[in-house]
Ligand binder design. Structure first.
Ligand code: DAH
Length: 341
């Protein structure tokens, strides 16, 4: 058996050196290491070898298998246009083979980055707050009455009666105002949590980005201009926006901001539920009680705030129909966003 092993080693080396294509490599691999290959047959025959010689023979055979596999791999690298660090057959001076499957940003992160960039361009800075938040910042300081349904245990993950997972990025408004004097223009991106049953448009964790501007004489007109600038820059078109009256405890007046449907340009389609409009964010003028909670005089300053769901914006931008895809880490889905920003 020893002679057969030596013969296969030298013949194998010659054949691998002479291989000129992927199919040559495959043919050699099958002939030597395939199910009916010569080396495979020898490995099967080990049981008939004298038990005293068997361990040494087994080790020799395994070594042969490992060596020839490495040679086949490195020859294949060379044939595909590069050398490799373990190149034993080809030219050692050739550069390595570039990796074919590099990492990539998650689509949510790309969208978050480009949203932040647009606001940085308008002079906003960024601040962050904790995901495990005091009920005080998540609700009380934002003017939520004690019996407001949003505090309900069914929506909010409570850790104890005073601590919850934040349900919105709005609490960072108050934390930032406590630490900074006006004027300020700041964005607060981050992850939020709600006790929702997952379906195509709901997830128990998702991302929001919050914005806050406080100064003397800030008005709804400033809010409208900021929103329009964002939509124009992010979606790359002059999509009209509209304000619809709404209610949020921490803003007065409050609005929901819609933009014309990117898919049908306002005609009405499946994406916009035939309305021609897509809701992009909630917004409004900062409520005096929020200024009070933050220690700002409410008769000197005014401000606007807005908050939007990043998942929704990413889904609109890339035509993603199911929010769960963003959290499943399925590489087949994620790889589609390589090089996309
Ligand atoms: N926090 C709100 C939500 O999660 C979104 C929101 C609405 C944020 C209006 C704001 C705002 O800053 O002014 O539904």
């Amino acid at each position: 058996m020893k002679e057969t092993i030596d013969r296969l080693r030298s013949e194998g080396l010659e054949r691998i050196k002479a291989a000129e294509s992927d199919s040559d490599i495959e043919a050699i691999r099958v002939a030597l290491l395939g199910r009916k290959g010569e080396i495979t047959a020898l490995l099967r025959g080990l049981k008939d070898v004298d038990p005293a010689d068997r361990p040494a023979m087994g080790a020799e055979l395994n070594l042969l298998k490992v060596d020839l596999t490495a040679l086949l791999d490195s020859r294949q690298c060379v044939l595909r246009g590069g050398g490799s660090a373990t190149n034993m057959v080809g030219d050692l001076t050739l550069p390595g083979v570039p990796p074919t499957s590099g990492g990539t940003n998650h689509p949510l992160l790309s969208v978050l980055d480009s949203i932040c960039d647009i606001f940085y361009g308008m002079g906003f800075t960024r601040d962050d707050g904790p995901e495990v938040e005091l009920d005080y910042y998540n609700f009380t300081a934002l003017n939520f009455p004690d019996d407001h349904p949003a505090r309900d245990i069914q929506d909010t993950f409570y850790i104890d009666p005073k601590i919850c997972l934040r349900t919105q990025t709005s609490p960072v408004q108050v934390r930032t105002m406590e630490r900074n004097e006006p004027p300020l223009a700041c964005i607060f991106p981050g992850r939020v949590y709600r006790n929702e049953n997952a379906d195509a448009s709901h997830s128990s964790e998702f991302y929001q980005i919050e914005g806050l501007v406080v100064d003397k004489a800030v008005s709804m007109a400033d809010l409208k201009d900021t929103v329009d600038t964002f939509v124009r820059n992010f979606f790359g078109a002059e999509e009209p926006t509209r304000f619809r009256p709404h209610y949020f405890p921490f803003t007065e007046p409050s609005v929901e901001v819609d933009m014309q449907c990117v898919s049908c340009r306002g005609k009405g389609c499946g994406v916009c539920g035939q309305t021609g409009w897509l809701e992009v964010m909630g917004a409004g003028m900062v409520h005096p009680n929020v200024f009070k909670a933050a220690g700002y005089p409410d008769d000197v300053y005014t401000g606007f705030a807005f908050g939007m769901g990043i998942d929704r914006i990413a889904m609109l931008k890339y035509g993603i129909g199911d929010i769960r895809l963003l959290y499943e880490n399925d590489l087949r889905f994620l790889k589609q966003f390589r090089g996309v920003s």
